[in-house]
Design a protein around this ligand. Structure first.
Ligand SMILES: [Ca+2]
Length: 497
């Protein structure tokens, strides 16, 4: 397997080339890998990306309170990751990292973008869609974009042949959760929320409960049309489908078919509908004969927005939530499924991140890497269950451009930083009270203390010093606005014209 030089990993410890074989836990009856791909036919890629769905919202994860039979099936038959991180605890930066393989600060998208944003993901950044299209893939997106809503920054300008969806979050509309009687101010200045479909705006302020059914319909239509246009699955060129759900981000909604179905309230109904959409996509892949040559990845962009109380998910055993750099904000459920191409039925606690998607897919498909430095690492050995795993380097918890923490192995060091804490959970779709609290410099042992409750810095001064050095290396490379530092390797955001 080709090993690539990952810029930040090089800068942060020279870990490239070091490998290990530990880190996965095969099921007792794991199938042997069967090589069924047609020679010369790179695999299809499907990425299913939920919005604000927490660890505790996926049935096959510890502490879950929701039913997700279809995602659970993918985990049973594929790979379930338990130390998978997104690169930011919020929408836009998390998506920037997923599609570029870079820390959001590196590509100039560290913060959540609003409607009519003056900035976005620079057109000069090479997205996974652009890299795969260059490799001969047909590329399609359904769902939420949120990397800039100027025409030159929309999905169809960033590598996707087609797109149906919203340019940003589903709560960024005039009916934003305002309620004067409760002293909560909405955002009357936000424009009507446009739904793009077939290259144009077809609706303003669409019904929230219509979004997942529409996205799923378009995804299935894309798969059908792609195969039928080319005769059959074997003859078809490869494709990349990026399905970015608008939910379970507030305002939550479930279509009529799912309302009341879970018996656990509207939030759990909505999770059932998202899970059903995953099941429909997978069923279509199987029906069309594509499943044996397709990689499917399911994950979420950040942890649940617990400020919304009964309209938000849960984090399982983890502290914190969306918008925080505790585990609950950034450690996500992630399942990888590719029947016939991987050792089935594994769980891995290997540290891996959403930034790894670009180099991993590149390795699996033969696509080239972006021409400029990225931060992700090729995890194709982990995905397939074959070969040696890269030794995880440090993972940095940035939000927005503040460097809050670093994880190396079992240890996580928080730099002193403020974080938002829910005081009173909201109800009925309205946000509760929150405040900002300062966390001191804290060392947590994530194996012994997964809930980040006990600061053991005083007992481990050597480890603290080692992790402080890692933080400093990141500041040199990517900056840290907490201490007024700009990184030498950051690239500018795109500017809306
Ligand atoms: Ca989100």
């Amino acid at each position: 397997m080709k090993m690539h030089a990952w810029a930040l990993r090089l800068a942060l410890g020279g870990l490239v080339g070091a490998c290990q074989t530990a880190g996965t836990d095969p099921a007792p009856h794991a199938e042997c890998v069967r090589e069924t791909r047609n020679a010369g036919s790179p695999p299809n890629i499907v990425v299913l990306f939920a919005d604000d769905m927490g660890w505790g919202d996926v049935g096959c994860y510890e502490g879950s309170q929701c039913q997700t039979p279809n995602i659970d099936r993918l985990a049973r038959e594929g790979l379930r990751l338990t130390s998978f991180y997104v690169a930011a605890p919020a929408c836009s930066p998390s998506r920037a990292a997923l599609l570029t393989g870079c820390y959001p600060v590196r590509v100039g998208v560290p913060e959540v973008l609003g409607p009519k944003s003056p900035t976005g993901l620079a057109p000069s950044e090479e997205t996974l869609a652009e890299l795969l299209r260059e490799r001969g893939y047909t590329t399609a997106m359904v769902g939420k974009w949120h990397l800039g809503d100027a025409p030159a920054m929309l999905p169809t300008a960033q590598g996707f042949d087609s797109w149906t969806g919203l340019p940003y979050s589903n709560d960024m509309w005039p009916w934003h959760y305002g309620d004067p009687e409760r002293g909560v101010i909405g955002n009357p200045n936000w424009p009507d929320l446009p739904l793009f479909d077939g290259g144009q705006v077809t609706q303003l302020n669409p019904n929230q409960d219509s979004l997942t059914p529409l996205y799923t319909k378009r995804a299935l239509e894309f798969l059908d049309a792609h195969v039928h246009a080319q005769g059959n699955a074997q003859a078809a060129s490869p494709f990349f489908l990026y399905y970015a759900f608008s939910h379970p981000h507030v305002p939550i909604a479930a279509s009529e078919r799912f309302r009341g179905k879970s018996g656990q309230g509207l939030y759990a109904d909505m999770i059932l509908e998202i899970d059903d959409a995953v099941g429909q996509v997978v069923a279509k892949l199987e029906e069309l004969g594509l499943a044996q040559n397709t990689w499917v990845v399911f994950t979420s962009d950040n942890g649940p927005w617990t400020r919304f109380g009964d309209h938000a998910g849960t984090t399982g055993p983890w502290r914190g939530d969306k918008g925080t750099c505790f585990e609950g904000g950034m450690r996500m459920p992630c399942v990888v499924w590719a029947p016939g191409q991987m050792v089935a039925g594994r769980t891995s606690d290997q540290v891996t991140t959403a930034m790894d998607l670009v180099p991993t897919v590149a390795a699996l498909t033969g696509a080239r890497l972006p021409s400029r430095p990225i931060d992700g690492v090729d995890q194709s050995a982990l995905w397939t269950g074959r070969g040696e795993l890269p030794i995880p380097g440090p993972f940095f918890y940035y939000y927005p451009s503040e460097l809050h923490a670093v994880r190396v192995g079992r240890w996580k060091l928080h730099a002193p930083h403020p974080f938002r804490k829910v005081v009173t959970p909201g109800q009925g779709g309205y946000p509760g009270e929150q405040t900002f609290v300062q966390v001191e410099r804290s060392l947590y042992d994530l194996e012994a203390d997964p809930g980040e409750t006990t600061n053991v810095a005083a007992s481990h001064p050597e480890i603290v010093r080692r992790l402080e050095r890692e933080l400093e290396r990141a500041r040199v490379e990517l900056g840290d606005s907490l201490v007024g530092r700009k990184g030498r390797a950051v690239r500018p955001a795109g500017k809306a014209q």
